[in-house]
Design a protein around this ligand. Structure first.
Ligand code: FE
Ligand code: CA
Length: 554
């Protein structure tokens, strides 16, 4: 049987004490933020609208009564382990209706995993129930698989069969595996353009894709799909407002997954996902939103956003949010070749310094008590590096890690939303990486809608200081519309930051080949996203050699 006890959705979901957790969270928040009783009560009333499994006595729907294809949102897989991988789908015969067209009914779904794309050699199969409480999403932690192997998977309900996906497991933990090719993507504002980059990435030979956040944006999408400028489709008015409720966020995932290139890239490769801000709200920090709303109200919104994220991503039950809290930072391994420490730099951070405006670092941003990771995640990361035996220590995360001066001269402004706004926390991590002997350190970054390659310097203000590692920023899939190879600030940034080795303002992704000798990064870019069908090309390639940190142009 393929469902493990610990990770199996039913056991984990049934035992989730939502209400107790929510009450505890609200109490904690009320103390910390000196809230009125009224505000906390209002938040509770809101958040308890997130139903636990079994909250409804949902009748079972006869699949024969599903008259439209329920697999409109595609399939996905994620978080490969040596013997297992998580497979996902979500039923929605009417994806632009709030309940996906299925009402408050359970649906039985069968699944199968095969060695071949024709499903002749099926190695695992089973049946699960799609619950209305989880937006009819389906996830199976398929265990008992061979490490380091490729598989095909699909789902079925009634006579409807889903598209098939291709996925793989990780190599055995002690395997001296020779190589791995990954891609990093981020920032796919639907209203800014087509997912042409995803279409190209679907056809690349990569083992795993890291999504570094801004999978969706909360902003209104007009009837023409914004910059997509549809002439043959009219999007419903329900998308033309900012997402705030669980129904809004669920619907927004349906809109995004209606894009065929996004479905294709999920079907082609396993994903390892982490969120940034826009899956919830622009530049939020823990319980603080960008408009200074009542934190209890915002936590209610965050709970809805986190819940919809989990429902729509190939994540295990370990990542199921409890109210406004979710365990998203986690560790994966690829034999002895790589350890991946996947961070969450939104949920635990202190509010941005200097009102989150570009600012010269000062006492407010440099306060050593401030944190981007939160204490628990910082400790977990440092401990993980200390225990790591991997050749490469890879840190997929959200915001720019390396220093980024926005102006020439000593008094340069920096982004208070990025690690530059939390320099004490960054300094502790850099000291920890050195103390742990992390020799081959690779940081993967999203958020900024441009591609960068940085040498991570021991002292960013001293170009002659030691290089500790490499940071690759993957640009955006769509956000920022077409962009330009050299944005207006290109010359300033390149001159102000000698450790910035590459800067390209177009859309795309970065592909990274890791092996026992080097990491090779290829920055893949498309010239336009506001019209479909642009070609992809490699804007630049760099190599970092094992034991010799720093980027070398290829
Ligand atoms: Fe973004
Ligand atoms: Ca962002």
């Amino acid at each position: 049987m393929a469902l493990s006890g610990r990770h199996g959705p039913s056991s984990a979901l049934a035992s989730t004490p939502h209400d107790a957790e929510l009450r505890a969270a609200a109490r904690h928040l009320a103390r910390r933020r000196f809230l009125t009783v009224t505000a906390a009560a209002a938040a509770l009333a809101f958040t308890t609208n997130l139903p636990a499994r079994g909250a409804f006595a949902a009748p079972r729907l006869d699949p024969a009564r599903i008259t439209e294809d329920p697999f409109t949102l595609g399939v996905a897989s994620g978080d490969p382990l040596p013997g297992s991988v998580l497979i996902w789908t979500r039923l929605a015969p009417a994806p632009f209706e709030p309940d996906g067209g299925l009402g408050q009914q359970q649906v039985e779904v069968s699944w199968e995993v095969a060695l071949d794309e024709f499903f002749v050699l099926v190695v695992r199969r089973g049946t699960v129930v799609a619950h209305p409480e989880y937006a009819h999403s389906v996830r199976v932690d398929v265990t008992g698989l061979e490490p380091g192997s490729h598989y095909y998977y699909r789902f079925r309900t009634g006579t409807w069969i889903s598209p098939s996906g291709r996925t793989r497991t990780a190599p055995p933990a002690d395997d001296d595996t020779a190589g791995l090719t990954l891609a990093a993507v981020a920032c796919q504002a639907y209203h800014d353009g087509y997912y042409t980059a995803h279409g190209h990435l679907a056809r690349e030979d990569v083992d795993v894709v890291f999504h570094l956040g801004d999978y969706l944006y909360e902003y209104a999408v007009d009837s023409a799909g914004g910059a997509r400028n549809y002439t043959d489709v009219v999007l419903p008015a329900v998308f033309n407002r900012e997402t705030t409720t669980l129904a809004d966020y669920r619907m927004r995932y349906s809109l995004y997954k209606s894009d065929p290139d996004l479905r294709a890239v999920h079907a082609a490769h396993p994903f390892v996902v982490t969120w940034d801000d826009h899956e919830t709200e622009n530049n939020y920090a823990a319980a603080v939103d960008e408009n200074g709303s009542d934190p209890a109200q915002f936590l209610a919104r965050r709970a809805a956003a986190y819940r919809a994220y989990w429902e729509n991503q190939p994540l295990r039950a370990d990542q199921l949010p409890e109210g406004p809290d979710a365990q998203l930072f986690r560790r994966l391994r690829w034999g002895t070749l790589a350890q991946f420490d996947i961070l969450d730099t939104r949920q635990y951070r202190d509010d941005q310094a200097y009102n989150d405006t570009p600012h010269v670092p000062g006492p407010e941003s440099d306060d050593p008590a401030r944190t981007l990771t939160g204490d628990a995640q910082e400790r977990w990361l440092l401990d993980g590096w200390g225990a790591s035996t991997a050749l490469w220590n890879v840190m997929p995360q959200q915001v720019c890690f390396s220093q980024r001066r926005m102006d020439l001269g000593a008094e340069a402004r920096m982004s208070m939303d990025a690690w530059d706004g939390y320099r004490a926390n960054r300094g502790r991590l850099m000291a920890g990486a050195k103390a742990a002997g992390v020799a081959n350190w690779l940081v993967l970054t999203g958020d900024v809608h441009v591609a960068y390659a940085f040498d991570i310097k021991d002292d960013f203000d001293d170009p002659d200081s030691r290089t500790l590692g490499t940071e690759l920023t993957c640009t955006s899939v769509a956000s920022g519309r077409n962009g330009a190879e050299h944005p207006a600030n290109w010359d300033t940034y390149m001159r102000a930051n000698p450790h910035l080795r590459f800067y390209d303002g177009r859309r795309g992704y970065v592909r990274v080949e890791l092996n026992r000798e080097h990491a090779r990064a290829d920055f893949r870019t498309v010239p336009a996203v506001t019209t479909p069908g642009a070609p992809v090309s490699t804007a630049a390639s760099f190599v970092t050699e094992v034991g010799s940190p720093g980027l070398k142009p290829v």
